[in-house]
Write a protein that binds this ligand. Sequence first.
Ligand SMILES: NC(=O)c1ccc[n+]([C@@H]2O[C@H](COP(=O)([O-])OP(=O)(O)OC[C@H]3O[C@@H](n4cnc5c(N)ncnc54)[C@H](O)[C@@H]3O)[C@@H](O)[C@H]2O)c1
Length: 265
Amino acid sequence: MTVSDGLKNRVALITGIGSDKGIGFAAARILASRQARLAITDMTDRVHDCAKSLVAEAAEVKSYTADLADRVQVKQLVESVVKDFGRIDILVNCAGMVKAGEKFVEINMADLDPKKWDEDIAINLNTCFNATREVLPHMIKHYYGRIVNIASVTGPLVSNPGSAGYSAAKAAIVGMSRSLAIEVAKHNITVNNVAPGWIKTASSTEQELVGAQNTPMGRAGKPAEVGNLIAFLASDESSYITGQLIVIDGGNTIQEYKGPAEFYY
Ligand SMILES: NC(=O)c1ccc[n+]([C@@H]2O[C@H](COP(=O)([O-])OP(=O)(O)OC[C@H]3O[C@@H](n4cnc5c(N)ncnc54)[C@H](O)[C@@H]3O)[C@@H](O)[C@H]2O)c1
């Protein structure tokens, strides 16, 4: 089998790379190994350290800081990337969950400060809308685009207590991208969603890691496993797939029995 070059020299903007243990970094590493040209971004300076780790592997990598919940900063970011690289072929919307270095906090809805709700929607939905909205005209101009959103199983398919804002935002990404996929199909742009289950990253909580032991696979997913799916959806090879939600959760959401393992398995 020959290695496909369906990513070679493609310009990819990947958001949410504030840690070398995250899903975005893993995707960036795979795209780099297939010689994509990378623009990576996060809200903290840690993105520059991540870029240093990728330099040896990528055809080209540049890092940018921006708060993607802020539309002015997103506009400046996209202008800078287009100035530096000439175009954007691939957008991987990975920013979300929490700011780099912070922990996800579960708060039941009856106690949820509306400001926290707005923050959850801003971090998990508006970041995706803002980046996509700014990048789209450039993709349309070049008659090519691959947009890959990192949604979640949480929201579109299942949920947990204390996660109303996160769940609403991730489900909204899926609805938003179905409409967009129909709008931009004629411009040779695809829009797809990845729905990871429990993946072991720097922001994994203790209960997520324990939950991961009870998936059919009996373990948490690895960021690189999600990265491989992202790379496929970002490549030329996925050209006839659009508007889809692809689950990568070790079989967790298809398992009907939720009781103690020893009673059934
Ligand atoms: N780890 C999992 O189990 C899991 C499961 C399902 C979905 N996801 C999703 O995958 C994505 C990556 O998560 P991860 O686990 O790799 O965590 P991560 O913390 O490594 O990555 C998320 C990054 O998004 C950045 N970010 C947050 N708000 C931002 C903003 N306003 N502007 C710019 N950057 C911002 C953070 O700084 C952080 O670096 C997230 O969208 C998350 O919701 C993760």
